[in-house]
Design a protein around this ligand. Structure first.
Ligand SMILES: O=C(O)c1cc(=O)[nH]c(=O)n1[C@@H]1O[C@H](COP(=O)(O)O)[C@@H](O)[C@H]1O
Length: 239
């Protein structure tokens, strides 16, 4: 049997409308082979009870609520998220250094505190879209800039595209987490993602965790797609 008991680097994005569909989806999945990401849609619909139900089934949960507000509000939200016993939480790096430091300080001293990471530039954006928001330096430079700010604020890592992972490994080291959505196995549809990368290339370029949603959640046989991706990653690690 395929196992990766220590630190499954694949995080499945559970973008489902309600608890029942999420729980029936995870039934055939092995918690040794993946973690689960609960985002806005599912958390708004199903709340902390769903997070607890997933944890009771043995899964570690990344609560992806991308907090972005004044420092005091974000710190309180992070404290509330940590109380759920989740594995990872996130904020937007664009909230600034004081906001990120407040988030980190809110988690200090907790037993088994969640990992805290910050979103740099969304993987759905390209240079043109970023430029239209008034940021003309381009996606690569902006992601590097915000990742450095995140490290200086004392966080554990960033959410970025795997396209930026190699540069961030160079800038900030291999241990700084690079959690990469926009992963697309060869032949799967990009959807709304602009900066996509295959699982093998992401790992090769220094992604520490791969967030994968629709290519697994919309597959006919999700457990087989997950096993195939593990096979692709194992080949990179053995090479
Ligand atoms: O923070 C995230 O997880 C995130 C950041 C980002 O820049 N891009 C991004 O796609 N995500 C999330 O990653 C998941 C990607 O899902 P798929 O595009 O279906 O693989 C979604 O749940 C997004 O909310």
């Amino acid at each position: 049997m395929l196992t990766e008991n220590t630190d499954p680097r694949i995080i499945i994005a559970l973008d489902f409308p309600d608890a029942d569909s999420a729980l029936s989806f995870v039934k055939p999945l092995d918690p040794a082979l993946c973690r689960l990401k609960v985002g806005f849609e599912l958390f708004v619909a199903a709340g902390p009870a769903l997070v607890e139900a997933l944890q009771a089934r043995g899964f570690q949960v990344f609560l992806d609520l991308k907090f972005h507000d004044i420092p005091n509000t974000v710190a309180s939200a992070c404290r509330a998220a940590a109380a759920l016993g989740v594995w990872m939480i996130n904020v937007h790096a664009g909230g600034g250094q004081r906001m990120m430091e407040a988030a980190r300080e809110a988690l200090e001293g907790g037993v088994d505190r969640p990992l805290l990471i910050a979103v740099t530039v969304l993987t759905s954006m390209d240079d043109a879209e970023l430029g239209a928001c008034g940021i003309g330096r381009g996606v690569d430079a902006q992601a590097r800039f915000l990742a450095r700010l995140t490290q200086e604020s004392g966080l554990d890592g960033v959410v970025c595209s795997a396209r930026e992972a190699a540069a961030l490994r160079e800038d900030l080291g291999a241990a700084f987490l690079k959690v990469t959505p926009g992963i697309r196995p060869r032949g799967s549809e990009a959807g709304d993602q602009k900066r996509i990368v295959t699982p093998a290339d992401a790992l090769r370029d220094g992604a520490t965790h791969l967030v994968i949603g629709r290519p697994i959640t919309r597959a006919q046989d999700p457990a087989t797609v997950l096993a195939d991706i593990h096979g692709e990653l194992a080949a990179v690690m053995e090479a």
